[in-house]
Design a protein around this ligand. Structure first.
Ligand code: ATP
Length: 231
């Protein structure tokens, strides 16, 4: 059985999307662990320009991607993909995946990774049902977040999607799209909201994010004012 999997193993690209407002050790650790544990050939962090299903980021796309570039300096295992920032306008993951499919063709496995908090709003994403026709989805459970129970009317389409597409780790390497995996993986209890609040209240977020990112925040005096969604 093992030989069959190895023989048919596809080249695999994984994407970890987010606003990264700012990037912190929770994101970085998760991306690295996913790459290593799920054995992806490549893992890219994908900052979103104007996410439609959540509040507008507190600082510009330029600052957010510069902070990501600093955080990834010297790490060969994680790459930065700025395509959503370059494309501009509203960011739709489905457009990004269609673009990548066009570039990579049908033989490469593509996996989009997200936390459970993001999965719970997936049914409000633009053309969300198309996502699994383009890529696999890996969802990592997040402290304080749970899958809705079967009685949740709002989440019924999501639960059906989960039932239809639930896959195993091997599927990520033998198929190129279409599987949804839930991973129980430890997440550092850090959030960008917490970091923004610390800075706004004059406290230090040191040790929650790379020191180069902290220096960038200080040099550009970021997050001193509350963003609209943080108030
Ligand atoms: P905010 O507090 O502003 O909502 P965030 O810290 O949740 O931000 P995002 O940029 O919104 O960060 O998240 C990008 C992705 O990273 C999401 O899929 C989210 O679930 C995941 N994520 C966020 N925090 C962590 C963490 N501590 N560990 C692992 N993954 C995380």
């Amino acid at each position: 059985m093992r030989e069959v999997i190895v023989a048919s193993k596809r080249r695999s690209l994984a994407l970890f999307g987010g606003t990264f407002d700012p990037v912190h050790f929770g994101h970085l650790r998760m991306a690295l662990e996913l790459r290593q544990l799920l054995n992806f050939d490549e893992m890219r962090l994908l900052p979103s320009h104007q996410p439609c299903h959540r509040q507008t980021p507190g600082v510009s796309s330029h600052h957010r991607s510069e902070m990501l570039a600093l955080a990834l300096q010297g790490c060969d295992e994680l790459q930065l993909d700025r395509r959503e920032l370059k494309r501009g306008g509203a960011t739709y993951t489905v457009d990004t995946l269609e673009e990548l499919r066009g570039e990579l063709g049908s033989k490469v496995s593509i996996t989009f990774c997200m936390g459970l908090d993001s999965l719970l709003s997936l049914h409000r994403w633009h053309r969300w049902e198309r996502l699994l026709e383009l890529a696999h989805l890996v969802v990592v459970t997040r402290p304080g977040w749970h899958l809705p129970d079967g009685d949740s009317e709002e989440h019924r389409p999501l639960l059906e999607l989960l039932a239809r597409h639930r896959g195993r780790v091997a599927d990520l390497h033998t198929k190129t799209f279409g599987c949804l995996l839930l991973r129980e993986q430890s997440m550092l209890p850090i959030s960008a909201t917490q970091i923004r609040e610390l800075i706004r209240s004059g406290q230090s977020p040191r040790y929650l994010l790379p020191v180069t990112v902290l220096q960038y925040i200080e040099n550009h005096q970021l997050y001193r004012e509350a963003a609209a969604g943080d108030q």
